[in-house]
Design a binder for this molecule. Structure first.
Ligand code: NCD
Ligand code: ZN
Length: 344
């Protein structure tokens, strides 16, 4: 197959950041996605409906001319989030809230230290048919970073799903065989997003032959057996798994430094890279489900009406991109050849 047309996809997990960078990040996503679940981990975070509405306006203002791209806003759960905040958010059309364990990742200092204290909030989510989006890693210092997702399943995810059996939960950016198996075995109210980097790479791509800061993200890349398990579940076509790039821009200087930030800026080629993976797996017929159908179904939203076409045509990702502030950012897979190209 040298050409594939699918319903216009959505990105169910994305970081736009804020300020003048929006001109870059919103355009990069809006080139092929109609909607995106926008992560709330700004500094300070998006904590209530008013914050989300204001942030949404800034994103809409940054859309390229003629774009109908729709940002789907989320709130950032803290220890102080109340059921009333959730009710207000539901009224404002907010679809989901994000649970970061405190200290798990970029700007997560304000996040939840005591999940058990959020019972009222989880009940309000369930009552309003809103989704809980979970960064599934424990942050205990004695737990090895490669085991933090598995540990989260045992300590947290299992108990939460038992206590709130109808709450819709997205296990975000899963990275392990354990998470894939957990989601497959769970009820229809549990889904998961998968990033391009966790399908394409494993921890050798981070550490062999020199440390590669642009492949560093959280949850960190795992062993190849985990990468293979993720590839297997997307190739299976299971509707519990859908596209979430976790495109997470950090300037070059913040990645290439003694203590570099986590996150891959993948928006420039995410849909093309996913297509390449499905092609490698002989599963191009499963791409549309993953990219365009399973997400809306899980969120209870309509599918997009348009289509996009990808051509099997190689092109090379730029080595560097200049941000609106004049500083460089290195896109995910910079300088590599990509086998599929979005037809403009
Ligand atoms: C994300 C970021 O930079 O905001 N980084 C990442 O490595 N994925 C945060 C996150 O989603 O964990
Ligand atoms: Zn993320």
């Amino acid at each position: 197959m040298n050409e594939i047309t699918i319903k216009t996809p959505d990105d169910w997990h994305l970081h736009f950041r804020d300020g003048d960078i929006l001109a870059e990040t919103v355009a990069a996503t809006a080139r092929c996605f109609d909607r995106a679940i926008v992560m709330p981990n700004l500094a300070p975070p998006v904590r209530n409906a008013a914050d989300a509405e204001a942030y949404k306006e800034r994103i809409l203002a940054a859309r390229p001319e003629g774009s109908n791209f729709e940002p789907l806003m989320t709130l950032y759960l803290t220890d102080r989030t109340t059921a009333e905040d959730i009710n207000e958010a539901a009224k404002a059309g907010i679809k989901a809230v994000k649970l970061y364990p405190a200290g798990a990742t970029t700007n997560s200092d304000a996040a939840v230290t005591n999940i058990d204290g959020l019972a009222d909030v989880f009940a309000a989510l369930e009552a309003n048919n809103m989704l809980l989006l979970v960064h599934g890693e424990v942050t205990d210092s004695h737990i090895d970073i490669f085991d933090r997702e598995k540990e989260f399943i045992d300590q947290r995810m299992g108990p939460i799903t038992q206590k709130y059996p109808t709450l819709k939960i997205v296990f975000e950016h899963i990275t392990t065989k354990d998470a894939a198996e957990f989601v497959l075995a769970a009820g229809g109210n549990i889904g998961a997003t998968i990033t391009p980097q966790h399908l394409m790479l494993n921890r050798n791509d981070l550490l062999v032959g020199g440390i590669r800061p642009h492949n560093y993200c959280l949850p960190v890349l795992k062993r190849n057996i985990h990468q293979q398990a993720l590839r297997d579940v997307v190739a299976s076509g299971s509707d519990k798994f859908f596209l979430g790039t976790d495109s997470a821009p950090h300037e070059q200087a913040k990645k290439e430094t003694a203590c570099g930030c986590a996150g891959c800026y993948s928006a420039w080629a995410a849909i093309e890279l996913y297509t390449q993976v499905f092609d490698e797996l002989g599963a191009l017929n499963k791409l549309e489900g993953f990219a365009s159908l399973h997400g809306p179904k899980f969120y209870g939203l309509p599918e997009n009406s348009g289509t996009i076409t990808l051509l099997k045509e190689s092109w090379t990702l730029p080595e560097s991109i200049t941000l609106p502030n004049g500083r460089p950012i290195i896109p995910f897979m910079a300088g590599s050849e990509v086998q599929w190209k979005l037809k403009s």
